[in-house]
Design a protein around this ligand. Structure first.
Ligand code: HEC
Ligand code: HEC
Length: 192
């Protein structure tokens, strides 16, 4: 994305972080891809926006290209999965099927990816690319050899905050149990 789009995405993410708007926002219908769609689209706007828009599959394809241009961090693969999900569950011409388990949210068999997806971390971070927050590889490089880093990162993930990488804040994650915070922090620091 261009620098201007990145700045806008960051500003929108910051606004979202501090208004708590997402707390009242009803989730999307559960189905394969619903968690991925929520994580990506919630970065900038309320899910209401999506639920109100009943589009045809072709219109969703146009919409997703537009959202990518506006700064939505998603790979072509992710865009394809989100398109499939929206075309089934938010299709103007066909009623939505009954909710079903989000088989994609499982992140395959990798328990760490499951955890990161379940807590929306992957909406703002990836292993090797800067999204809204730093890549996990950059984080691991920055704190290499720093013995206090695991504990500090666990605390930072729980409390959120800004200043280590720039002015954009990370929202807090108060519901994550201590053991999982430590597991995530240790895993992030291994991504060199
Ligand atoms: C980087 C910020 C950003 C992200 C992330 C984002 N959007 Fe948007 N979205 C916008 C902006 C800005 C608008 C209003 C501009 C417009 O109307 O074209 C918008 C408008 C929309 C609209 C209304 C469009 C219309 O024509 O009325 C829909 C539907 C939508 N977004 C869907 C999505 C979906 C689905 C996702 C997740 C894949 C998503 N957005 C992610 C910024 C974003
Ligand atoms: C809305 C976007 C967003 C979400 C969601 C998010 N982060 Fe972040 N994260 C950021 C930003 C922005 C920063 C940079 C903060 C700073 O400059 O101090 C960051 C920083 C970090 C850092 C480095 C902290 C430091 O002090 O160097 C780690 C580790 C991290 N995030 C992990 C996570 C994990 C794990 C999750 C999910 C539980 C998560 N993030 C969810 C945006 C996000």
């Amino acid at each position: 994305m261009s620098r201007r789009e990145a700045v806008r995405a960051a500003a929108l993410a910051a606004a979202l972080c501090c208004t708590g708007a997402s707390a009242q926002d009803e989730p999307l219908i559960s189905g394969p891809g619903s968690t991925l769609t929520e994580n990506k689209c919630k970065i900038c706007h309320e899910l209401q926006h999506i639920k109100r828009a009943q589009l045809s599959p072709g219109e969703w394809a146009d919409n997703l290209r537009n959202m990518k241009e506006r700064g939505t961090p998603m790979t072509d693969d992710e865009m394809r999965m989100i398109h499939e999900y929206l075309s089934v569950y938010y299709n103007r011409d066909k009623p939505a099927p009954a909710p079903s388990p989000d088989t994609l949210a499982s992140g395959g068999d990798d328990p760490m990816q499951k955890l990161l997806n379940a807590n929306a971390c992957n909406g703002c971070h990836s292993i090797d690319k800067r999204v809204v927050g730093p890549s996990f590889r950059e984080v691991a490089a920055k704190y290499a050899g720093d013995r206090g880093a695991p504990a500090r990162l666990a605390t930072k993930i729980r409390a959120g905050g800004q200043g280590a990488w720039g002015a954009v804040p990370m929202p807090p994650n108060p519901a994550l149990p201590e053991a999982e915070l430590q597991r995530i922090a240790a895993w992030v620091l291994q991504q060199k």
